[in-house]
Design a protein around this ligand. Structure first.
Ligand code: NAP
Length: 257
């Protein structure tokens, strides 16, 4: 099975390419900086998709500004589906976010809603994987929620997971039959957003204060207690936050030594 991983140089994409290869599949990383493939312009797509049975889209927009992110997911997804039809690709797998359909107040999530709709209304058999927030994203979440003085976050629940577990789950789905539907994946334990971001910053010796603010928004959207929490059928990754923290702290120490 040849699979093409769009965004194969990214956080999830690079792990996914390795896992697919370890499982004995041919996996090609495709992105502007890996193989000169650009889904926005179509550059390199026809060549990359030749002979592919599966395309896994784990790309992300370089800019999260409302218009830019909408243009990215809309144009890229349209191009991908068109080139996949010409190449005879039989399975389009896309990584999205748990709760996307509940977050239309956010420009980023409006773009993910459009991405999902294009896939669902297209002709290519598909599997949409909605993942919860990655542990690796917590620092960036602090950065985008920082008002210059404090990190302000709603105290809503979420159930984040390790990027490694995301890649494992996406790899399994890519190797299977299209489900023509959506699968949710999440982490093993729920937390409050402010609580976990505070713990992550402490582990990084980042002294910024994290405040639970009921008026704070998440990526521009107001959250209810369970907006970000997956349903009871979600497939849960094994890695607990404390285990990941020890591993990632250990890795960071090894790099600086
Ligand atoms: N962050 C979270 O907590 C979270 C949670 C659930 C789901 N997700 C979803 O997970 C997906 C992947 O996220 P990530 O953090 O792994 O992304 P990432 O590390 O930021 O990587 C983004 C990838 O997209 C590629 N890319 C950018 N522009 C492209 C273009 N024009 N054509 C083709 N590829 C392009 C980049 O390639 P170059 O390196 O070559 O530029 C890179 O490989 C996203 O769709 C996101 O919505 C994220």
């Amino acid at each position: 099975m040849k699979s093409v991983v769009i965004g194969g140089s990214g956080l999830i994409g690079s792990k996914l390419v390795t896992k697919l290869r370890e499982a004995g599949h041919e996996a090609v990383a495709a992105s502007p900086n890996s193989g000169g493939v650009n889904t926005l312009t179509g550059e390199g797509l026809a060549e990359a998709l030749k002979g592919a049975s599966v395309v896994v889209d784990v790309s992300n927009s370089p800019s999260w500004e409302d218009a830019a992110v909408m243009n990215f997911f809309e144009t890229s997804t349209r191009n991908l589906l068109t080139y996949e039809a010409s190449a005879g690709v039989g399975h389009h797998v896309a990584l999205s976010v748990v709760g996307t359909e509940r977050l239309p107040e956010s420009g980023y999530f409006r773009a993910k809603i459009v991405q999902e709709k294009l896939i669902k209304s297209g002709t290519i058999p598909y599997s949409i994987v909605q993942a919860t927030q990655f542990f690796e994203f917590l620092k960036q979440l602090a950065d985008i929620s920082f008002d210059g003085k404090k990190v302000r976050l709603p105290d809503a629940l979420f159930q984040p997971m390790a990027a490694d577990d995301v890649a494992t789950a996406v790899g399994r789905i890519a190797a299977g039959q299209p489900i023509n539907g959506t699968v949710e994946i999440g982490g093993p334990e729920p937390f409050r957003l402010d609580e976990l971001v505070r713990r992550r910053l402490t582990s990084l010796n980042d002294s910024r204060e994290v405040i639970a603010d009921p008026n704070a928004r998440y990526s521009g959207a107001k959250l209810d207690e369970r907006t970000l929490v997956p349903g009871s059928n979600a497939r849960l990754g094994e890695t607990r936050f404390e285990t990941w923290l020890t591993q990632s702290a250990g890795k960071a120490a090894a790099v600086t030594r």
